[in-house]
Design a protein around this ligand. Sequence first.
Ligand SMILES: Nc1ncnc2c1ncn2[C@@H]1O[C@H](COP(=O)(O)OP(=O)(O)OP(=O)(O)O)[C@@H](O)[C@H]1O
Length: 369
Amino acid sequence: MSVSRLSIQSLRNLESVSLTPSPRTNLIYGQNGSGKTSVLEAVHTLALGRSFRSHKHKPLIQWGREQFTVFAEIQHQGSRIPVGLQRALTGEVNFKVNGRAVGSLAELAAVLPLQVIDAHTFLLLEGSPKVRRQFMDWLVFHVEPSFFPAWKAAQRCLKQRNSLLRRDRIETSELSVWDRELSNLTQQIHECREKTIERFRPVFLRLLEEFIRIPGVSLSYQRGWDKNRSYQEVLADNFERDRHMGYTQSGSHRADLRINVEGQPAGDILSRGQQKLVVCALKIAQGYVYAQETGGRCIYLVDDLPAELDGEHRATLVDWLDKLETQVFITGVDKPSLLADWQDRPDAITRVFHVEQGTVTADVNTEQQ
Ligand SMILES: Nc1ncnc2c1ncn2[C@@H]1O[C@H](COP(=O)(O)OP(=O)(O)OP(=O)(O)O)[C@@H](O)[C@H]1O
């Protein structure tokens, strides 16, 4: 899967931009504030309906404009799929895949699987369990088709149960209906996650082993409730506590991924550079498992790479990305240091773009490749 054509209208400072990316490596350079990240945001918005920088769509619409538009052609198994998104100040959204209006973001995410590596990604180890849950669920969503419907239904169920817990009088019969339903869905979600992590763990550990020497790294999945008891038992035992708090405290909505070094949280042990590499390995391992399980390739958006990693660690990440043989968009302020990482890689089919005050031009000598 790759973006073979991209046009962007009225998104942040990008007035009207068209580019023909390489199916492999795309290096985007330009001064601070020129619009490099906005190009990545456009791709992300197309895939997931929102930017990775903000959940709100209004800041993306160019000042003084009513809407932004992003259009792309996606190369997928020999065919080209047109994908378009328009979002207006009024809140109106228009998503089209292959000329057909798309009902849910999940459909789009399946068409254009994306991974982002930016300054926020590096908070994965230190951040809240929610961040790691989202990270884990990206892969589960893509490789386990039963996961998303169960997850969506569980969210609804949980909401119902929580609102019931906050009532003055609780009908036990009503509560037990929701508990049973929630238990079934929670078990399904857990099985999908557990299966996926079993496949993911060895790939991640192998990547780490190949490139950096950090002994004693382990990755474990926490289901979100006591693993020695059934979820239904836990719900029953925790009822008074849940009622007192007004929400369900245990469950798949509290799941987490633990990354430890010699039994201690990696965030407490590793240097910042090592943490960043571990996070990169997590992200790249997802790309490998996604490719293994689906036969597809996910696209990587890497924002301001030289600012985030030193030369040695950057070379490692570039090596991983290169071996994945996938489409990559990488931004950076300085062209020579971006290019240096990719030279001597003739198979990477590098294309270089210069962003200047919201306009994007392809470097002539790379455009023809
Ligand atoms: N809604 C908007 N309308 C017009 N311009 C905007 C809007 N939102 C942000 N901008 C401007 O668009 C530019 C967006 O820059 P972007 O973050 O893409 O730059 P960048 O090249 O990635 O910079 P850096 O290297 O500093 O990260 C900035 O100059 C910003 O002030």
